[in-house]
Design a protein around this ligand. Structure first.
Ligand code: PMP
Ligand code: GLN
Length: 383
């Protein structure tokens, strides 16, 4: 279809992983950890299979998982959901995002997004026939921020939704209370739906806290909150995600989801329920480990004179291609696997404003420390 013409190639993540494999490079591109999640969760999946949890689950997800998701939202974020009507399990956060856009908007509606935006947002907006209205995140020397007036100006008569990702990929930005209050105020003033992608909710560093938009006054009733098990339990290949919100929003997601996948991953759903109820101390340990790894990478790169824009969360930091003698981050990423033995993601692939993202390169630090040290030494040699 013409509206998908921009998306016919491989995703930037598949493309860069292929380059990494061809060159035998250290892959700091596609964001996935190189060690697997809690032994109890892995064992729970094996047990679920052995016990015969191998047929379709209910289309809304196994009740045990919906209850565990609701319990976590209430305990960790103080927002209560009815597991039967206000939680739906999806094939990763990716399906929840697609179903939310397809189920909650009419073709031609406008959706406000922060730029850069995760790759599936652009493609799903196009599939749903929606118009994206980007608000640029700019680095002010300390952190990525946005111009409040630009956000206000982005909302117009055709705006249906604000699609927010916090903690944010690829910047590592954690939207703070003031920023969220501004977003919430606009949603309430203009009667907009908020959809929030919080897949990195537990991977936050530097003593900061993830604040869900749904926890702000007046927002629970208009916010669909999406998350998944991939990052929380280092099981990115399991693709177990969910959406929580008032029944009218969750029903829209369920309606679409029924005809996208209907359901998926019964034994993995059971195992994730175990994770959410029993393994949060493991997740805290993962968080601390990742914070250390981020520091290791950032310090090493900076000592080599490379400019690093580090955020406070997620798997990622960004570096400035100009430290490598070019302002073309895309060309640099196509060259790095062969010339330096390191793969990265050109952040420009996630930018609507190609000029703003041109010089940025994303590196993932969710890797073994010796691998990070090798990558750092190789990048230092190339800079
Ligand atoms: N949203 C963001 C911001 C992501 O970075 C990712 C992938 N890591 C996803 C959604 C997809 O999540 P899932 O694998 O659960 O579909
Ligand atoms: N979310 C992962 C990243 O940002 C990639 C997932 C994918 O390959 N689609 O690196």
């Amino acid at each position: 279809a013409a509206r998908l013409r921009a998306y016919t190639g491989l995703t930037i993540f598949s493309e860069m992983t292929a380059l990494a494999q061809a060159a035998g490079a250290v892959n700091l591109g596609q964001g996935f950890p190189d060690s697997d999640g809690p032994p109890e969760v892995l064992e729970a999946a094996r047990e679920a299979i052995a016990q015969g949890l191998n047929q379709y689950p209910p289309a809304t997800g196994l009740p045990v998982l919906r209850r565990a998701v609701a319990e976590r939202r209430a305990t960790d974020h103080g927002v209560a959901y009815d597991p039967d009507t206000e939680v739906v399990v999806t094939a990763g956060a990716t399906e929840a995002i697609a179903a939310a856009l397809l189920g909650l908007c009419e073709p031609g509606d406008e959706v406000v997004v922060f730029d850069p935006l995760y790759d599936s947002y652009g493609a799903c907006l196009a599939m749903a026939g929606l118009r994206r209205v980007p608000v640029l995140l700019e680095h002010d020397g300390t952190r990525f921020t946005f111009d409040p007036d630009a956000l206000r100006a982005a909302v117009g008569p055709r705006t249906r939704m604000i699609l927010l990702n916090t903690p944010h990929n690829p910047t590592g930005k954690v939207f703070d209370a003031d920023e969220l209050a501004l977003i919430a105020g606009l949603c309430i003033e203009h009667d907009l739906i908020a959809v929030t992608d919080e897949v990195y909710e537990y991977l936050v560093y530097d003593g900061l806290r993830h604040l869900p938009l749904a926890a702000l006054p007046g927002m629970r009733e208009r916010t669909l909150t999406i998350s998944s098990a991939g990052k929380t339990f280092s099981t990115t290949g399991w693709k177990v995600g969910w959406a929580c919100g008032p029944a009218r929003l969750v029903t829209a997601v369920r309606t679409v989801k029924q005809y996208l996948t209907f359901a998926s991953g019964t034994p993995f759903q059971a195992a994730v329920a175990t994770g959410l109820t029993e393994c949060m101390p493991w997740v805290e340990n993962l968080r601390a480990t990742l914070e250390r790894r981020r520091d290791l990478l950032v310090t090493g790169l900076r000592e080599a004179g490379i400019t690093v824009l580090a955020g406070n969360a997620t798997y990622f930091v960004q570096v400035d291609a100009r430290s490598f003698g070019t302002d073309d981050g895309d060309a640099l990423c196509r060259d790095l696997p062969a010339s330096a033995g390191v793969a990265a993601i050109p952040s420009v692939a996630l930018y609507d404003d190609k000029k703003a993202g041109r010089h940025l390169v994303r590196l993932a630090f969710c890797k073994d420390e010796s691998l990070l040290a090798t990558a750092t030494a190789r990048l230092a040699g190339r800079a």
